[in-house]
Ligand binder design. Structure first.
Ligand SMILES: C[S@@+](CC[C@H](N)C(=O)[O-])C[C@H]1O[C@@H](n2cnc3c(N)ncnc32)[C@H](O)[C@@H]1O
Length: 271
């Protein structure tokens, strides 16, 4: 099978051109520009078998990042496995907001930052990379997710403390100047979950209304936080999250839009 034949095979299965190219580049261990320059190059048997199997997986909806094992987040190449949610570009809005605030914390030479539910480590590592003066702690209830985050931190040479446990309970003896979280926020039974079936359901689903984790993180924050709490949520959840924050005594409540213009994160401050 040639490079062009492999790409035609992928497209016949319904794969998008970009996905087919990235997958083939991964299996032949070359850049996509090499594929363009060598349309008639022959794939060896191993590359062909791996590529064909992954094309079938991709056609079944497996995220490309699980097949190539990598996803870029704010310029960091993160390893991802099916134990973690694939980091989304929209979550960069939350990372940008946190970095903006951590960079401008007056009179705090070493700000303590928590990322609750870190998954691959995306938010914690983006903050640690952009704010080397910050003391970053990342938590997750999933041991497997913490393993992925730990491997990413080591490979990228970034220092992050890792804690396992249920939301704030993972850091119950600690105190933070800022906290971020992209918790599960999809309602059980939501029809969108079918398209997300290959990702860990514990990273996606949160109770009957999708707000269970957000409710817990907001209502339990006070003993652990003096400063901003920044939360990612569903694009129709800004109003209920705003109400949760107000009820818990947060001030300066505000919402930011993601790259698609949707209301995706809400943040507020505890004094
Ligand atoms: C939506 S994913 C976000 C992952 C990562 N922060 C990101 O933005 O790509 C939610 C994460 O929360 C973790 N999680 C779910 N329930 C949790 C709990 N009770 N306590 C701590 N983490 C939890 C999941 O394991 C998952 O890694």
């Amino acid at each position: 099978m040639t490079v062009n034949g492999a790409l035609a095979f992928a497209r016949a299965l319904g794969l998008e051109r970009l996905d087919a190219g990235l997958l083939l580049a991964h299996h032949v261990k070359r850049g996509r520009e090499w594929l363009l320059a060598h349309p008639d190059a022959q794939l060896d048997a191993r590359a062909r078998a791996g590529f064909e199997a992954d094309c079938h997986r991709r056609a079944d909806g497996v995220p490309l990042a699980y097949l190539t094992g990598v996803r870029e987040f704010r310029g960091l190449a993160l390893s991802v496995t099916p134990a973690v949610l694939v980091p989304r570009p929209d979550t960069e809005t939350l990372a940008d907001w946190a970095i903006e605030l951590v960079s401008a914390l007056p009179g705090t030479p070493r700000p303590r930052v928590a990322d609750l539910g870190t998954g691959s480590g995306a938010l914690a590592l983006a903050i640690a990379a952009a704010c080397p003066h910050a003391d970053v702690t990342a938590t997750d209830v999933s041991e497997a997710a913490l393993g992925v985050a730990s491997a990413n931190a080591q490979r990228l040479g970034l220092s992050v403390h890792l804690r396992r446990g249920d939301w704030w309970q993972a850091v119950r003896t600690e105190h933070f100047d800022l906290a971020v979280s992209n918790p599960p926020y999809v309602a059980a039974g939501d029809p969108h979950l079918h398209a997300l079936r290959h990702e860990p359901q514990g990273a996606l689903v949160s109770g009957a209304d999708g707000l269970a984790a957000l409710r817990q993180i907001v209502s339990d924050a006070r003993p652990f936080l003096s400063g901003w709490l920044l939360l990612e949520h569903g694009c129709d959840q800004a109003e209920p999250v705003h109400k949760l924050l107000a009820l818990a005594g947060f001030c300066d409540i505000q919402t930011r839009r993601d790259l698609q213009g949707l209301q995706r994160c809400t943040g507020a401050r505890l004094r």
